[in-house]
Design a protein around this ligand. Structure first.
Ligand SMILES: Cc1ncc(COP(=O)(O)O)c(C=O)c1O
Length: 411
């Protein structure tokens, strides 16, 4: 890869990241550029200067402007978008709204994010929902995932023709393994069976182009604080008008009308607009984030840089470790995160939790870098993220350090 002069380490001063730190885990918590953070601080100060003017009046028109820009970027109507503090909140709002009846089935995948999986287990315990899990063992082709899902649905229908699978919960890009999921085709597939789709797009906005009108999920949530560069505590929930009557936020506010209103969709916006008194400043940074992203060349250029770097950086690390990257033959899995198999034998028979925490500790405290280690399909991997502030030097550095860490783990 030709080293870009406008991306990579030269961009590091735009962020707060410490000198010498080699950050390769953008996927977990994001990182907010300094210019965007100054917008964040500006709004916090506005809220302190005159709390009532800001929180009772002014904040709403600025939220509106930011929501309009967001809706234009993800290609939907503003009225179909609600701000939520994070993906977990958005997913809980949908799943715990009460439209699932006792005994309803939820279709899910073994690669669901841990908190999302736990939310579904909670529904099983508290509301007698029944989970139908599709086991995914990567690398898989998109078509294999779709075929397996169809077989699972058909099997469930044959078993219990009277028990509906009410909703399917799946990722746009899963966390570990960090792979793009064929969510557009999956939305269509489950709709054939009258199953609602809830897409966990926590990693989506900023990492892949989104056209929600066209993809037409029943519910879609994405974090703004991961790949879109907004400060933490910002995400959005997309609910097309046809489904707005089905759901309520996890925190109920003054606007809830219950059974009293004819048109529950009418309260969707107001119910989500005021989640109690919170810090709204993160949501007010979308326009600043989009300006910053435009200054780097825009969505396409950013996404291409990150995608190319993830592929090339992943290969560099895998070659250095003598392993391979997790990818299928159609090369549809890798976006801006790469998954590299670790040549780790676990000679000391350490527990999975111990291995993960030791690698993370050693990365942070001894090697000044970071990755996400995990086990999938009986093999060990690390997830590395590629962001505009990374370049191949970071992957080269990581390859060297992880070898040392693995050696110590097996000693
Ligand atoms: C796929 C996926 N879903 C949901 C989440 C939860 O995001 P948050 O902690 O911002 O709620 C994450 C977090 O990394 C994730 O990777």
């Amino acid at each position: 890869m030709t080293k870009s002069t406008s991306f990579g380490r030269v961009l590091r001063p735009e962020f707060y990241l410490e000198d010498g730190y080699v950050p390769l885990n953008h996927g977990s918590f994001g990182a907010c550029p300094q210019s965007i953070y100054s917008t964040y601080r500006h709004y916090q100060e506005e809220s302190e200067k005159h709390p009532d003017r800001f929180l009772k009046r002014e904040v709403f028109k600025d939220l509106e402007k930011n929501r309009d820009s967001l809706a234009a970027l993800v290609q939907c109507n503003s009225q179909e978008v609600a701000f939520v503090v994070n993906a977990s909140y958005g997913i809980n709002s949908v799943l715990r709204s009460g439209f699932l009846k006792p005994g309803d089935k939820i279709l899910c995948f073994s690669t669901a994010y841990n908190a999302v999986e736990r939310t579904m287990v909670f529904l099983q315990d508290a509301h007698q929902s029944r989970l139908v899990t599709v086991e995914l063992k990567y690398p898989m082709l998109d078509q294999e995932i779709l075929d397996l899902t169809r077989q699972t649905i058909e099997r469930e229908l044959a078993k219990d023709p009277d028990v509906p699978i009410r909703i399917a919960v799946f990722d746009a890009i899963s966390s570990v393994p960090a792979v793009r999921f064929p969510y557009e085709a999956m939305i269509k597939l489950v709709r054939e069976y009258n199953i609602l789709s809830l897409v966990d797009g926590a990693h989506a906005i900023g990492q892949i182009p989104l056209n929600l009108k066209e993809a037409d999920p029943d519910f879609f949530v994405s974090n703004l604080h991961k790949w879109a560069f907004c400060p933490r505590g910002s995400a959005f929930l997309y609910v097309p008008e046809r489904n707005q009557g089905l759901i309520h936020p996890s925190v109920i506010n003054y606007a809830y009308q219950g059974e009293k209103t004819q048109n529950v969709a009418a309260t969707f916006e107001a119910e989500f607009a005021w989640p109690g008194t919170v810090n709204f400043s993160s949501f007010l940074c979308i326009n600043a984030a989009l300006d910053f992203r435009k200054s780097l060349g825009g969505e396409e250029i950013i996404q291409k840089y990150c995608n190319d770097l993830a592929r090339q950086g992943g290969k560099l690390v895998a070659d250095s470790l003598g392993t391979e990257v997790l990818e299928n033959c159609d090369k549809t899995l890798t976006v801006a995160m790469t998954n590299i198999r670790l040549p780790f034998e676990n000679k000391r028979n350490l527990s999975e939790a111990k291995i993960i925490s030791t690698i993370i500790d050693k990365c942070i405290y001894e090697h000044n870098t970071i990755c996400s280690p995990y086990k999938h399909n009986d093999k060990w991997f690390v997830r590395l993220s590629a962001q505009v502030y990374n370049d191949l030097n970071d992957f080269e550095y990581f390859a060297k350090e992880i070898k040392q860490i693995l050696k110590e783990l097996d000693e």
